[in-house]
Design a protein around this ligand. Structure first.
Ligand code: NCC
Ligand SMILES: CO[C@@H]1[C@H](O)[C@@H](O)[C@H](O[C@H]2[C@H](O)[C@@H](NC(C)=O)[C@H](OCc3ccccc3)O[C@@H]2CO)O[C@@H]1CO
Length: 337
């Protein structure tokens, strides 16, 4: 017997049901993305080839042919007698901070570990502190990189599944130093000080030489006791801050006194990685839309964009810079942007 009843999708009730389901799906996707609890995480490639000098070649489109003979970390030998003084003051140069630096560099190191130097091709990942790392399950993929670069006081403990636990390098300044560095880093993590002001050198010197601590001059109280091995400390060459400001954000150089804009530590870390690595991945970058006042910005704490007022960062300008880097393939994103 032939069944004469029409198929489900052509009767009006069937269409309505389908339309309702589609609407629910659209709303769920929209809500998920707007809250950044996104369930969409691209699965990272199995084994991407590592081509020597690839990041540098691609980044040349952005940076031009800038000098690559700059050391990654400041070195003592350059401060005994300053042949060519820096053109800029901190955070873009060392002009005026030479004496302080001489003391700091005498008690720290500038070497790049042998384990990094002997790699033929360096695959790096810069882990931003953004909320989109939450529930990402990217921990394992992050840890597979030769170098994992982390920022500020971002924790790994308790978040290993999403952000991994390997930390090759951590960029920080006194106000962003984790009070318990041993818990959130590995014993061989390089703790890379990004100096914004002369007091930042003063802080590290007083910690490492156990001299009298100075409490004034910081916008937030940094640790007064900081349990680290001086051999782990490095001082980042301010050249990378200059490149990020000048080439990526087109900020006026030198900065007029009144202009307080500066790159975020994340953008600085990407700039550094493009100089140091052959393949550069990023994860956890991207802020909520400015009108999204309730969305938390970090994967580890409940603060919103409001807390960044007065920070001197132009996050929409930075987003454009990161998009350009993604477009030309200089960096690849493990989260979404
Ligand atoms: C209140 C405040 O000053 N917040 C600044 C904090 C704060 O000082 C430290 O977390 C220490 O507490 O530091 C900053 O950055 P923060 O420590 O928040 O994040 C590190 C880097 O990750 C990228 N990021 C972060 C969150 C997000 N939703 N999207 C992102 O892309 C950014 O590139 C960012 O640099 C900083 O140093 O740049 C920038 C923030 O403006
Ligand atoms: C990469 O910049 C770091 C961080 O992302 C910024 O938010 C932070 O900005 C602070 C800024 O550097 C402070 N300016 C000076 C000159 O110290 C500013 O100071 C205002 C202030 C002063 C005294 C007491 C409280 C606040 O505060 C900004 C943060 O709100 O700079 C970081 C690098 O240090």
């Amino acid at each position: 017997m032939i069944n004469k009843s029409p198929p489900l999708c052509v009767c009006p009730a069937g269409w309505k049901l389908l339309a309702m389901l589609a609407l629910v799906l659209v709303i769920t996707v929209w809500y998920s993305i707007s809250r950044e609890d996104s369930f969409y995480f691209p699965i990272p490639d199995k084994e991407e080839p590592c081509l020597q000098g690839e990041a540098e070649r691609k980044a040349a489109k952005l940076f031009g042919n800038y000098s690559r003979d700059q050391p990654i970390f400041l070195q003592l030998k350059d401060y005994f007698w300053v042949k060519t003084p820096s053109a800029y003051e901190l955070p873009y140069g060392t002009k005026g901070s030479e004496d302080m630096l001489l003391r700091v560099l005498a008690i720290t190191s500038s070497s790049i570990p042998e384990s990094i130097l002997r790699l033929q091709c360096r695959r790096c990942v810069v882990v931003g502190n953004g909320h989109r790392l939450r529930n990402s399950s990217l921990g394992e993929a992050i840890d597979k990189h030769d170098m994992v670069i982390r920022l500020n006081n971002a924790p790994v403990s308790g978040y290993e599944g999403d952000v991994g636990s390997k930390t090759t390098m951590r960029l920080f300044y006194p106000e962003s130093a984790h009070f318990n560095p041993k818990v959130e880093n590995n014993p061989d993590t390089l703790l890379v000080l990004v100096a914004f002001k002369a007091m930042d050198f003063h802080w590290i010197e007083s910690i490492l030489s156990d001299k009298k601590r100075v409490r004034k001059g910081f916008w937030k109280q940094p640790p007064l006791i900081w349990d680290v091995n001086p051999k782990q400390i490095r001082i980042l060459n301010p050249f990378f801050m200059e490149v990020a400001a000048d080439k990526l954000l087109s900020l006026p150089m030198p900065q007029p006194r009144k202009v307080k804009q500066k790159p975020t530590t994340g953008l600085l870390a990407i700039t550094l990685a493009l100089h140091l690595c052959d393949v550069v991945h990023i994860a956890g970058f991207g802020y909520p839309d400015p009108y999204n006042r309730k969305q938390t910005i970090h994967y580890y704490e409940q603060i919103t964009l409001k807390s960044m007022a007065g920070s001197g960062h132009n996050v929409s300008q930075e987003a454009l810079a990161i998009k350009r880097m993604l477009e030309i393939g200089a960096v690849k994103n493990l989260t979404y942007f």
